[in-house]
Ligand binder design. Structure first.
Ligand code: GLN
Length: 489
C-alpha cells in the first residue's frame, strides 16, 4: 500500500501512532503528483514548498500533543475558491493572474484544522460545464481511462482524489459539479445543504445555487471534511446559523427501518442500462441491510433542466458583470472605456461563459423577465415542493448520479444540450437547496465507475451519510483504485 492511497482516517491513525509523519505523507503525495499529473492534469497550480512547510508544522503540533482529524492531511482546492497569496483563476483567462488577498472561509477552516494545501485544481471556466473541457487552460483526464473526461466542473478535484494526488479535496456544486465528477471518477462527493458551508471567498457563479462540497475516497472522509468546513459564518449572510453535528456519529452501519425513496422519474429511457442495473442492485443491498424501499414520484423533475438553465445563467450574467478589467484580472486596453470593457471581456471569457451571459441577460431583460426568469422561479418552487412531499414519506432518496459513465474527451464539446444533459439527475437538488452525496456502486463493462446518489432533506446530511456508509461497508467499490492507463493505449 502506498501512502498516497490512504484515506484521511487511515492516515490519521498512522500519524497519531507516530508510524508516519505528515512531511513523509505530503512528500509521497507530491511525488505521486509529479509521476502522474502530466497525464491526468488535475492541477492548475501546485504549492509543494508551502505544503511541506505546513506538513512540518503539523508534525511539530502533533509532537506537542495536538491531534485533530485533518492535522497534516494533504488536500487540494478547486481553483474557484480563493486562497490567499495563491493564484485563483476560476479556469478563466480573465482571472489568469489573479492572486486573492484572502482565504475563503472553507480554506481558512481547513488550514485552522491543520490540513496541508497542495494546490489548486482544474475546473470548467467559472464552474460552467460537466467535463473540465471548458477550462481555459487544458482539460483534465479521467484516471480510470485517460481518453475520457473526469466530469465537471470539479473534475480536477475528482481526478486528483481518484489518482492519489491528494487525500481529499474541495469542489463546488451549483448543479451537480461535486457529485457528477465524483461518480465519473469512482469517489465520494458530498454537496451539503445550501447554506451549510460558507460561500465567503467562493467566486460566485449562481449565488442561489452555489455550495462548496467535499470530495474524498470514502464516506468516512466526507463526514470528517464536512465537519471541519461546515458552520455559520458572519461573512456569508446565507450561511445557516445552526449547530454542526458530529457527522462521524452517523457512521453506524445500521439502517434498519430507514425509509429509502426511489423516484421513478430518475430511471429514464436512453440511460446506460449498466447504470440502472448497478443502482437497482445497490437498492437490494440496502433492503438486505433492513431499509424499507419505496417507489416515489418527483413529478416536476423534467423541468429541472430548463429551470436551471434560466436561473443559473441569469445569476451568472449579473455575477460576471464585475469582470471589466478595471480593478482586477485581465485588462485589454481599447480605444475608449467602453471598448476596453468589450476587449477585456471578449478576450477574457471563453465560449461557454459568453453563452451563459447571453442566455442570462436575455432571460432577465425587460419584456422577457416574466416569461422566462419569473416563470422559472415559480417552477423552482414546484420542484422544491416535490422534495418536501417526498421527505414526508422517506428519510432519503436514492437514484443514479448520472445517466451514463464518463464520456470521451471531445465527444460532447460541440453539443451544449448533450453536455447539459449529463446533469439531469443532479440539478434538482440545487434548485431545492437540499443535500446529496454520490458514492461508487459498481463499474460498467469498460471498467468505468458508476455513481449512486443519496439525497436528503435540508440539513439531512446525517441521514445521507448513514445510508451511504452502510452501503459502502457492505460493498468494496470504494477500495478500488484506478490503474491510470495511458492515453496512447
Ligand atoms: N454542469 C452544470 C453547469 O454547467 C453544473 C455546474 C456546477 O455545478 N458548477 O452549469
Amino acid at each position: 500500500m502506498h501512502l498516497y492511497d490512504l484515506t484521511i482516517h487511515e492516515a490519521r491513525k498512522l500519524l497519531d501512532a507516530g508510524e508516519i509523519s505528515a512531511a513523509e505523507l505530503t512528500q509521497a503525495v507530491i511525488d505521486r503528483i509529479l509521476a502522474v499529473d502530466n497525464a491526468v492534469k488535475a492541477y492548475l497550480t501546485l504549492t509543494p514548498e508551502e505544503a511541506l512547510e505546513q506538513a512540518r508544522a503539523a508534525d511539530a503540533a502533533r509532537r506537542e500533543g495536538r491531534s485533530s482529524p485533518l492535522l497534516g492531511i494533504p488536500v487540494a482546492i478547486k481553483d474557484i475558491i480563493c486562497t490567499a497569496g495563491i493564484p485563483t483563476t476560476c479556469g478563466s483567462r480573465i482571472l489568469e493572474n489573479f492572486i486573492p488577498p484572502y482565504d475563503a472561509t472553507a480554506v481558512a477552516r481547513l488550514k485552522a484544522a491543520g490540513a496541508v494545501i497542495l494546490g489548486k485544481t482544474n475546473t470548467d471556466e467559472f464552474a460552467m460545464g460537466s467535463s473540465t473541457e471548458n477550462s481555459a487552460f487544458f482539460p483534465t483526464h479521467n484516471p480510470w481511462d485517460l481518453t475520457r473526461v473526469p466530469g465537471g466542473s470539479s473534475g480536477g478535484s475528482a481526478a486528483a482524489v481518484a489518482a492519489g494526488e491528494c487525500l481529499g479535496a474541495l469542489g463546488t456544486d451549483t448543479g451537480g459539479s461535486v457529485r457528477q465528477p465524483a461518480a465519473f471518477c469512482g469517489i465520494v462527493g458530498l454537496k451539503p445543504t445550501y447554506g451549510r458551508v460558507s460561500r465567503y471567498g467562493l467566486v460566485a457563479f449562481a449565488s442561489s445555487l452555489d455550495q462548496i462540497g467535499v470530495m474524498t475516497k470514502d464516506v468516512t472522509d466526507a463526514a470528517i471534511m464536512l465537519g471541519v468546513i461546515a458552520g455559520h459564518d458572519p461573512l456569508d449572510s446565507t450561511s445557516l446559523d445552526v449547530p454542526v453535528p458530529d457527522y462521524t456519529a452517523a457512521l453506524t452501519g445500521d439502517i434498519r427501518g430507514m425509509r429509502v425513496g426511489v423516484p421513478k422519474e430518475y430511471f429514464i429511457p436512453g440511460m446506460q442500462p449498466e447504470v440502472e442495473d448497478a443502482v437497482r442492485t445497490a437498492l437490494e443491498v440496502l433492503a438486505d441491510l433492513g431499509a424499507e424501499i419505496l417507489e416515489i414520484s418527483l413529478p416536476h423533475t423534467d423541468y429541472a433542466l430548463p429551470v436551471y438553465y434560466l436561473i443559473a445563467p441569469a445569476e451568472a450574467s449579473a455575477n460576471l458583470a464585475r469582470y471589466d478589467g478595471v480593478r482586477y484580472g485581465l485588462r485589454v486596453v481599447g480605444d475608449s472605456l467602453e471598448d476596453t470593457y468589450k476587449q477585456t471581456r471578449g478576450h477574457g471569457f471563453g465560449p461557454e461563459v459568453k453563452r451563459r451571459i447571453m442566455l442570462g441577460t436575455y432571460a432577465l431583460s425587460a419584456g422577457y423577465y416574466d416569461a422566462y426568469y419569473l416563470k422559472a422561479q415559480k417552477v423552482r418552487t414546484l420542484i422544491k415542493g416535490d422534495f418536501d412531499r417526498a421527505f414526508e414519506q422517506v428519510d432519503v432518496i436514492v437514484a443514479p448520479t448520472t445517466p451514463t459513465t464518463a464520456f470521451r474527451i471531445g465527444e460532447k464539446v460541440d453539443d451544449p444540450i448533450q453536455m447539459y444533459l449529463s446533469d439531469v439527475f443532479t440539478l434538482s437538488m440545487n434548485l431545492a437547496g437540499i443535500c446529496g452525496l454520490s458514492l461508487p456502486c459498481g463499474f460498467d463493462s469498460q471498467g468505468l465507475p458508476i455513481g449512486m446518489q443519496v439525497m436528503g432533506p435540508a440539513l439531512g446530511e446525517m441521514a445521507v451519510l448513514r445510508v451511504a456508509y452502510a452501503y459502502e461497508q457492505a460493498t468494496d467499490w470504494h477500495t478500488r483504485r484506478p490503474p491510470i492507463r495511458s492515453a496512447g493505449r
